[in-house]
Design a protein around this ligand. Structure first.
Ligand code: FES
Length: 152
């Protein structure tokens, strides 16, 4: 796969030089310093590495840098606007929806994708959307409360 020289990230065309076969998670973290997305299982199972690609949640450990083309990538670093947290970020804080925090960025990105598609999700939509994100501290009740809070 060819060298990747540009990615569209958080509303900007970002220049870089990376082997297109490299895992996107690694390029985001190691080349671009976007360390919100976390390496976890590396197998698409835990959700810690979740980012948005054209608005859809994607496990960045499972896609190559060369496969995203001109798609718009959003990471947690792009959520804050003019010094203000995104409503989902604020809701996670307000609902005390984190303990160690390792899963939080992935959780928030999945929640953002859900609420952009379904601003007032049903319980089933919420559970389905967040199902692939694992929290090893087990604060699922607070996480669900945060997503609900952000939808109000
Ligand atoms: Fe990508 Fe677990 S590290 S899903």
């Amino acid at each position: 796969m060819a060298t990747v020289t540009r990615l569209h990230i958080n509303g900007r065309a970002t220049a870089l030089e990376a082997d297109g076969e490299r895992i996107l998670l690694s390029v985001l973290r190691d080349d671009l310093g976007l360390t919100g997305c976390k390496p976890g299982c590396g197998e698409g199972q835990c959700g810690a590495c979740t980012i948005l690609v054209d608005g859809k949640p994607v496990r960045s450990c499972r896609v190559s840098a060369g496969s995203v083309g001109e798609s718009e990538i959003r990471t947690i670093e792009g959520l804050e606007k003019e010094g203000r947290l995104h409503p989902v970020q604020q809701a996670f804080l307000d609902a005390d929806a984190l303990q160690c925090g390792y899963c939080t960025c992935g959780m928030i990105m999945s929640a953002v994708a859900l609420l952009e598609e379904h601003p007032q999700p049903t319980e089933e939509q919420l559970l389905t959307a967040m199902d692939g994100n694992i929290c090893r501290c087990g604060v699922y009740n607070n996480i669900r409360a945060a997503v609900k809070r952000a939808s109000e």
